[in-house]
Ligand binder design. Sequence first.
Ligand SMILES: [Zn+2]
Length: 256
Amino acid sequence: MFGVDPFTAEPALGESALILLSECGSLKRGHFVLSRGNHAKEYIDIREVYAYPEKLWALSKLLAQCVHPSVPIDVVVGPTRGGNDLSQGVAYWLNQFRFPKAKKYPEDSPIRRAWTNKIEVWVGDPADEQKEEERFVIADCHAKFVKGKRVLIVDDVATSGSSLEKVKHAVQKVGGEIVLAATIWNRGNVTSDKLGGTPIGSLITKEIPSWPPDECKKTGPCSDDVPVNTDVGHGKEFLEEKEMRMFRARVEIPTL
Ligand SMILES: [Zn+2]
């Protein structure tokens, strides 16, 4: 599509991203219970990063550095909530890299103005299941920045790719053209095929290894008696259920 790789994540940049995520507590290490019941040694709580503006700004810069300068981009769009904040930083850094000598806003370049506008994408009424596919919409006041423009979609973590797909749908609905999707972490092996041919690049492309509970007892952190984290994920419910099973096992044993 571009004749060059539109997004290149040098390993050092990915390492820097991992350090930033660890420093703000977004990447946790220990013993976690995931939503489907599997256990893992690592856990991403990306929400933490949004409490640290300087970390978010640094991650935005890393992400912008990976985008090839020849990729034509007019607007950066990210889904609410995290991707929305991220899009602001990425747009800022792309401007810095591409128009380093610009002095005035927006007179120096009409493109610059579009870049620096964060496009608001928000969630509709979550209770309205029938409109699930329309959850992300471009704000009316920002549709003019997207119509007929070339769009970079950014998001923090890609798991299934469904958020990126929904943003793509929202952008196309107001007449924007998606040229690239970029995320901090692609943990679900989301591919260009999954996004209907839109290229995707990520600072970190890695699935977090996990074990079904029975396997964790043999080879995972359960086997090493690492305490289950009850602050994030489903560790609390796991321990409560475990205690309940043990209680039932005790009361069901007939006393002689
Ligand atoms: Zn375990």
